[in-house]
Ligand binder design. Structure first.
Ligand SMILES: Nc1ncnc2c1ncn2[C@@H]1O[C@H](COP(=O)(O)OP(=O)(O)OP(=O)(O)O)[C@@H](O)[C@H]1O
Ligand SMILES: [Mg+2]
Length: 255
């Protein structure tokens, strides 16, 4: 039985899709069966970020309306066939979808995959509530600025109150130089202030954006430090004990 992760944020544009697609690819390359469930109904983009836009024939809406099966709609990644993508319907809105039917679909997917990444729309609206019933874990993706962190705090309390999910935190776009000059808080400090376990951090990099222009995930981008950061997080999710880089830790914290 696989695990379904909600990939969420309060604020939009923090990197949920970047994180979902790159972690999914990393875990699939480690030999796991992985499904990306694009939960951004009406605004899907996982297919674009993975260079799979010409391969997708069906979407989750087709499965829910019995036009095809999950196996037919889950499209295999061209280079890593143990990674599948279930796209979101493009012409629907979250209000058109039945929460119960989506929960059943994710439960069915859990029988066939080790990891399911549900790439959610930003915020705490219907798009999130449609998919959260079947999730086992939640991963909050935030950037280190206060607007993103305040929104992350709000989402994490809601996930805990309404779904008893204690989210883990991935900090995206962290800037080593700004941490060095004490203008940006250390990832460990941020996680402690939100009372969330830190799963990992991904550095800010121009190469992530360049990769997106070429429809490549962050795991395939030119920045070695981004690729290493994604792999560290993937290994942690797969249950391996991977230490955090030294500068992540709160000062005076033991290694
Ligand atoms: N580590 C990074 N370094 C530099 N740019 C990044 C990084 N991560 C994401 N970005 C940029 O941020 C933009 C938003 O990323 P992404 O689409 O993954 O966010 P999102 O949270 O899924 O957005 P939405 O809330 O709209 O779904 C992308 O265009 C990407 O170029
Ligand atoms: Mg997104």
């Amino acid at each position: 039985m696989g695990r379904a992760y909600l990939i969420v944020s309060g604020k939009g544009g923090t990197g949920k899709t970047t994180v979902s697609t790159s972690l999914a690819l990393a875990l699939a390359q480690m030999g796991r069966r992985v499904l990306i469930f694009d939960g951004d109904v009406g605004l899907r983009c996982c297919d674009l970020l993975m260079g799979m836009e010409d391969l997708v024939m069906y979407d989750a809406g087709d499965v829910l309306e019995n036009r095809c099966t999950l196996a037919e709609a889950a499209t295999a990644h061209p280079q890593t066939p143990s990674l599948h993508l279930l796209s979101a319907p493009q012409m629907a809105t979250p209000g058109d979808m039945s929460k119960k039917a989506i929960a059943e679909l994710i439960a069915e997917a859990k029988q066939q995959y080790d990891d399911i990444f549900i790439d959610c729309p930003a915020g705490i609206g219907r798009g999130l509530k449609n998919v959260w019933m079947a999730a086992d874990d939640a991963i909050l993706v935030a950037t280190p600025d206060d607007t993103s962190l305040r929104a992350a705090e709000r989402v994490s309390s809601m996930l805990f109150e309404r779904r008893q999910l204690h989210a883990g935190l991935i900090l995206n776009r962290i800037d080593h130089f700004l941490i060095w000059v004490n203008e940006e808080k250390r990832p460990g400090e941020i996680a402690a202030s939100l009372d969330l376990p830190l799963i990992g951090g991904i550095p800010e990099s121009y190469d992530v954006y360049r990769g997106i222009l070429m429809h490549k995930t962050a795991l395939e981008c030119d920045s070695a430090s981004v690729r290493r950061a994604v792999l560290r997080i993937a290994k942690r999710l797969a249950g391996q004990n991977v230490s955090f880089p030294r500068f992540y830790r709160v000062q005076n914290q033991n290694p």
